[in-house]
Design a protein around this ligand. Structure first.
Ligand SMILES: [Cu+2]
Length: 202
């Protein structure tokens, strides 16, 4: 990824970022606020010199500063997936059932799913439509994908956070034949049904 400078970022379960933080001398709060629920934030202290320890409940101004968006980022040349028209488009609707007692893809839980069929060497577009008010960090096994619909190559990832009521499309190259799980990485959603299989057919 080509580095960009922001104040804050959202990290879904299973996502990873390399972050460089520049500080002055002193003691600074590093705060993680949960998204989508009212739970207490996590707080660490980064100390580079003597000085007062930040109080519990600190809210650095950066939290409401510039938020990283996926479209702010571009892959390095080595990480870019060459732009190509997809040969196949698969749709995944991300849905809540029964007040959150079940989470499903395309109307059915894992076990009742119809595998998403692809063929070797295809370029596949996976369109994920979040029809719920929760975050779903969606993870595909066995491949990395690129954010689709960008002017140039989109960022290269294996887990992407689909925000409430948002639609995101990703492209991947079918270069690793097998049966591969695709699931929500908020793992209790996966365990309650939000998983399916990308299935290679000869
Ligand atoms: Cu989820």
């Amino acid at each position: 990824m080509v580095p960009v400078e922001v104040d804050t970022l959202i990290i879904g379960m299973g996502e990873r970022y390399d972050v460089v933080i520049t500080t002055g001398d002193g003691a600074f709060p590093v705060v993680a606020v949960p998204e989508g629920k009212d739970a207490a934030p996590a707080q660490a202290v980064l100390r580079t010199a003597s000085g007062a320890t930040p109080a519990p409940g600190a809210r650095p101004g950066e939290l409401t500063g510039r938020l990283l968006r996926y479209t702010d980022l571009a892959p390095t040349e080595a990480a870019a997936l060459e732009v190509r028209e997809p040969d196949r488009e698969l749709e995944l609707a991300l849905q809540m059932v029964d007040g959150g007692r079940q989470w499903v893809l395309n109307g059915v839980p894992f076990g009742e799913h119809t595998p998403l069929e692809i063929r070797p060497e295809e370029r596949v577009r996976l369109v994920m439509r979040n029809e719920s008010m929760m975050f779903h960090p969606m993870h595909l096994h066995g491949h990395t994908f690129a954010l689709a619909g960008q002017a140039g190559p989109g960022i290269r990832k294996d887990t992407i956070n689909v925000l409430p009521m948002e639609t995101l499309a990703v492209d991947f190259q079918a270069d690793n034949p097998g049966q591969w799980l695709v699931h929500c990485h908020n793992i209790y959603h996966g365990e309650l049904g939000m998983m399916t299989v990308v299935s290679y057919r000869a």
